[in-house]
Design a protein around this ligand. Sequence first.
Ligand SMILES: Cc1cc2nc3c(=O)[nH]c(=O)nc-3n(C[C@H](O)[C@H](O)[C@H](O)COP(=O)(O)OP(=O)(O)OC[C@H]3O[C@@H](n4cnc5c(N)ncnc54)[C@H](O)[C@@H]3O)c2cc1C
Length: 386
Amino acid sequence: MLFTQEHNELKRTVTRIIDEDLNPNVDEWEKADIFPAHDVMKKMADAGLLGIGKPTEYGGLDLDFSYEMVFAEALGGIRANGVSTSIGVQTTMCTPALTNYGSEELKQEYLVPTISGDLVGCIGVSEEAAGSDVANTRTHAKKDGGDYIINGSKMWITNGVQGDWICLLCNTAEEGGPHRNKSLIIVPLKSEGVSVTRKLDKLGLRCSDTAQLFFDNVRVPVRNLIGEENKGFTYQMRQFQEERLFVAARALRGMEMAIEDTIEYTGQRKAFGGTILDNQVVYHKLAEMQSELEAARALLYRTTEQYVAGEDVTKLASMTKFLMGNLANKIPSACLQYWGGQGFMSENWISRAYRDLRLTGIGGGANEIMLEIVAKKMGIYPGMRN
Ligand SMILES: Cc1cc2nc3c(=O)[nH]c(=O)nc-3n(C[C@H](O)[C@H](O)[C@H](O)COP(=O)(O)OP(=O)(O)OC[C@H]3O[C@@H](n4cnc5c(N)ncnc54)[C@H](O)[C@@H]3O)c2cc1C
């Protein structure tokens, strides 16, 4: 992929905000189990970063997805993935379908203030009994005059406590089958009947507010429907492509930093008359992991290039997300090993990297789900073989 001066400028802007405004605060936010989402969004928005790929008439920069990928990779430099996840939900997970299929009125009401950082958005797909199996969603919306009445619940919702609105996947028909009975509906989280029952306690992403939400006879106008009724599953599957590329790009930088920090630490830590890094087993492992990261980076860039060219990248994006998810289970753990007892200490970022990056192979489609998609695209899924 060819990076222009604009790509490099964008990366510099993001890195400056991370270094000056975010990283100095992440330890405090992690301790507090929350970070000020509205303040951070506003800061990002003021630098034009919440609408990189969105049309200019809604406050965006109208740049192609390669810029969003550069943005996501740079966001991996935030030393708490809770913050980058929250930003990614805002830019790449809850807004693509609204941008592509939402009515003008809906875009003015929700997209414009989300790009300007005045509203914080959420994406509501997962439920307690339907995470990987998205088609099994039980939350439903029934029409009543000019309104939908929504009942159900959503689980593990990022920004669920601080968010202002949610892009909600719910059933809007009883017939049609699980892929043709769902819609994406925007629900303001201050609506009567919406309750945040739990802010979830987590292994990692501690400063991100991840919540369980309940919807009890929540009334929203029918005009809050994104696009056409019962096309929500398809819209969400498309929306997932950008989410998966975001997650992969963000993890790439995180893993690279884990390697960089480990080189620095093991290079000065003495044992048996030399440094830990002097051991061939250590520097070979670090060189091996850096090589694997470079291969994954090449795939990410190739996928992005093809996505920008308008090609269907379902297979490549799933492969990319799978590879990064797999590496994220391996690299931070291998790095932490070389920190010894220090790696186990909360004061050293490597322990947070180990916890935070673990989600890469679970969230937004687990590794196994990525392999299911790849296998289908390869035609080797059961029932597809002759
Ligand atoms: C911190 C955090 C933030 C999140 N934020 C959001 C959010 O903002 N919005 C949202 O909608 N969701 C969110 N999620 C949910 C996340 O996307 C789901 O956890 C994920 O999709 C996996 O679903 P599940 O947890 O129900 O796992 P399950 O579906 O119960 O699967 C459990 C495991 O079983 C295995 N598995 C599942 N299916 C198969 C299969 N067919 N073949 C082989 N193995 C299989 C996989 O290893 C998988 O990890 C978040 C989750 C976390 C932890």
